[in-house]
Structures are given as C-alpha cells and as structure tokens.
Ligand binder design. Structure first.
Ligand code: 2HG
Ligand code: ZN
Length: 470
C-alpha cells in the first residue's frame, strides 16, 4: 500500500482507522489456534457503518480483497488474511455501540463489534436476557458470532445465533449498504436475506449491526453436576429431563472423565468436581418468577438416581459454586491448549446416535494410534461432541499433529458422515474445512453455494478462499 493510498484511507476513516505498520497489523495476521499465518496490506478500523461502507467501496474500486475480522476467536481460520500481503483486514473493533433497546418488543439493536459479554450485559441492564453464551464471550464479537452462526451452551433452549436475529445491516462487497434492521417477529416477504449472511463467515458481505431477540430474564436458576456411567446414560438422562422439565433446561453439557482430568491437571485454580464418576454432566435449568423450579429439579434428578442412570448429583448451593461448575466445563479448551493443543473435531449427529459416534470414532482413532489421548466433551443436548485427540504423553504435540492429524480427522469425520452427521456443528468452515464441505455436501449444494457467492460478490473480493475454495 503506497503513501497516497494510505492518505486516502486516512481521509475516509481518520488516523485511528488505518493501521499499516507491521508491529500494529501483526496481531490480525493469525488465528486463535495459530493454524494460519498471513499478512495484511492494511488493517482498516472503521468507527461506523458509513465509514465501513466507504472503506469497502474504496477496496472494491481497486479490486483489493477484504477479510472481515471480529474478535478472532474462531477455530477455522475464517478471519485470517492470506500470505500475499495484498488483502485488507476490516476490523469491527471500533463499532461497539448499543444503538437502541426496545424493551417492550424484547429486542435490541447493536453494532457488530460489541463483544457477546457486552451484549449480554446491555440486555441485563434492561432487565432482559440475551442467551447466546460461550467460553469466548469476553472476546468474541456479535458480528463474528452471527457470521459463523455460533452455538455455545444455551442452544438447547434458545437455538444458535441464527435463531436470535430479527434484523441485520450488511455492507455488501461493493460498498452498498443493505438495511435490513427490522424488528419484526413475523415477516414473510420474499427470500430471507438475513439468513444468507448468517453463517456465511463474511464471504457475502460484512454484518455491521443486528437487531437481536431478547428474552425474559430468568429469576430462578438451578445448576446441577451429575455423575453418569457413560454417554449412553447421559443421553437417557437428557431425554428423561426433557420430558419432565421441558423448556426449563437451558444447558446440557457432557465431560468425559479424561477431559475433566486434563482440566484438573493443567488449569490453575479450579475446584475439583463435587462427584467422582466415569462421565459428568453439567445441566442448568432456568425459570421466571413464581415457578417452584428447585423442587421440580430435585424431584426429577432424584427419579434419575433411583432409576440408576445418575450415579451422583449435586445442585449448586450458591452462585460461587455454580461458577466453579461452569469454570470446569469452560476450561477444557484451556487445558487442551496447555497440553500443546489437540486435533479438534466439532461433530454432530442425531442425538440418539451420540454413543455410537463416540464408540466408533474412539475405536477408529485408537486402532490407528493406541496411545492417543481422547478428550470427548461438549453439547450433548444439541447432539454435538467435541471429539478431540491429544498426543500420547511421551510424544511432542506438534510432531503428533503433523504425523497423524490428517488421518485421524479423516477417521472421525468418516464416522460422523456414516451416521449422517456434520463435520462442523458450530465452528464453521473457514479455511480449515473447505475440502470437507465439498466432500460432504455433494455437487448440487456446492453449485448453489457458488451461485450465491457469485450473486453477492461477483468479483470474489469478500473473504476469498473461506468456506468455498473459489
Ligand atoms: C467449547 O464447547 C468450544 O468449549 C471449544 O466450542 C471446543 O476447543 C474445543 O474443541
Ligand atoms: Zn462447543
């Protein structure tokens, strides 16, 4: 980028809106997992939709490829520029305003650069709930969460990011702005353009703002830690609790003893779980004022203990204990990182097939590398397991990943495919899983996706090489 270009960009965005020095742009060049290392020609940090649209229009006129960049917590390299040094990273980090809260309509309009935690806090200030929640919520931005259709720990009750959106504002690859910031619960007027951009990982345009659905704040919350024998028992417990408590259940998270063991051994300041078991569940129930949630939860859990599906159960007695339960669950990725990282799989199947998925994938992986260490955990309530494979204790993690990563992933994804499942339940496709998308979707779906990409971005300038190879 030459001086004249930089001057033009500074005129459009102001000096804080343009980063050019390598020292300033380096942190935008790689992803959370350090799988990809690229280099941006420039990092643009617009402070408003108007500025962002001008920046995109400027890049479009010069045929400069753009890479939208949120909190950079994604796992598939979707926000990382390539190595050419020619792409412009467009960061949303200066767009973090709450535009309005429509309390009576249970909705709020926010800039895309707000973190999930800030969105949750703004909803709570209004006495309402924004339920999208995940370990990375302090850093992940709402625009990125929508662009990847993020999941998290409350999908069971509230759905994925896709289900939480009423309206969107999007800057298209040529700099035009699509104002779809509507606050309607019902609107059957033609194609649902919103849904094209959600989960598109910034390949069709840049989400700059969203109207989000809010929910009644939950006055009561009961969080239970359960010991179970195995994943099959966990699935029975899920089904029984759903029948009995229905929509009260907002989270149903599973941790194998091995995943928990990694947390206890490698994450500082965690409290040991309150029960010893082969497999663990963290289950949360919430309800509004008035219902006797605690009694209902206690009776339901007791029935499961009597039926012998639950070996042990502890209900958190106070917020501090609840937090310590959640800290154990959310620390599994931290523990894996401390162990040198894992070969990660984010697979989903029909819920009743989860035990089969875990069984077959474990057998396949261990037949290939008998000493590999498994870390199986995740959102069983959504049929989604993180089936992660760690190096044997005496092998360097990077050596292991380089030697076996591809083969082991093929095995795990093969099992998911065999069971009619997905190779990416909640982490998207990015750069990492493009080939898997082609292999799993078949030619008709891929042709439709390519047609969509071409219709929105005929010059192929918006996040090229992500989701689709071309
Ligand atoms: C979680 O559920 C995240 O904790 C991360 O989706 C999963 O690190 C992983 O494999
Ligand atoms: Zn997850």
């Amino acid at each position: 980028m030459n001086t004249a270009d930089l001057d033009e960009l500074r005129a459009l965005l102001g000096a804080p809106g343009v980063l050019h020095e390598a020292a300033d742009t380096a942190r935008y060049g790689s992803d959370e997992r350090r799988l990809y290392h690229g280099r941006a020609a420039v990092v643009l940090r617009p402070a408003s939709t108007h500025e962002l649209a001008r920046a995109v229009g400027w890049c479009h006129a010069r045929r400069i490829a753009m890479v939208p960049h949120g909190g950079n917590t994604g796992y598939c390299g979707g926000a990382t520029p390539d190595e050419s040094g020619t792409q412009a990273v467009i960061s949303l980090e200066r767009m973090r305003r709450v535009r309005s809260v429509e309390k009576e309509a249970f909705a709020m309009t926010v800039d895309a650069g707000m973190t999930l935690a800030a969105v949750q806090a703004a909803a709570a200030d209004a006495g309402l709930l924004f339920p999208l929640s995940m370990g990375s919520e302090g850093t992940a931005q709402i625009g990125g969460a929508l662009s990847t259709n993020a999941g998290g720990v409350a999908v069971l009750r509230y759905g994925t990011a896709r289900d939480l959106v009423l309206g969107l504002e999007v800057v298209l690859p040529d700099g035009r702005v699509w104002d779809g910031l509507r606050c309607l619960r019902k609107d059957n007027t033609g194609y649902d353009l919103r849904q094209c951009f959600i989960g598109a990982e910034g390949t069709l345009g840049i989400i700059t703002a969203a109207v989000l659905k809010l929910f009644p704040a939950q006055a009561q919350c009961e969080t239970a830690w359960l010991g179970v024998r195995d994943l099959a028992a966990a699935c029975r417990v899920l089904s029984a609790l759903r029948r009995r408590l229905g929509d009260c259940m907002s989270s149903f998270e599973y941790l194998s003893a091995a995943s928990l063991g990694h947390v206890l051994a490698h994450v500082p300041d965690v409290q040991a779980p309150p029960v010893a078991a082969d497999a663990h569940l963290l289950v949360e129930f919430t309800a509004g004022e008035g219902d006797a949630l605690r009694g209902d939860v206690e009776r339901a859990l007791l029935a499961l203990v009597e039926a012998d599906d639950v070996t042990d159960v502890v209900i958190a007695q106070h917020e501090k204990q609840r937090r310590s339960f959640w800290r154990l669950r959310e620390s599994v990725p931290v523990a894996e990182k401390a162990l040198g990282g894992s070969i990660k799989h984010d697979v989903s199947v029909r819920i009743d097939r989860l035990p089969l998925l875990a069984q077959r994938a474990s057998a396949a992986v261990l037949a290939h590398v008998p000493t590999a260490r498994l870390s199986i955990y995740g959102h069983v309530g959504d049929g989604n397991l993180h089936f992660n494979v760690l190096a044997p204790a005496d092998v360097a993690p990077d050596t292991f990943k380089a030697a076996h990563g591809e083969a082991l992933s093929a095995l795990v994804h093969g099992v998911a495919h065999e069971l009619d499942g997905s190779f990416s339940a909640e982490h998207g496709v990015g750069k990492l899983k493009r080939e898997l998308l082609v292999a799993s979707e078949g030619p008709v779906a891929i042709a439709l996706m390519q047609a969509l990409k071409h219709a929105f971005d005929p010059l192929g300038l918006m996040n090229p090489g992500k989701v689709l190879a071309h």
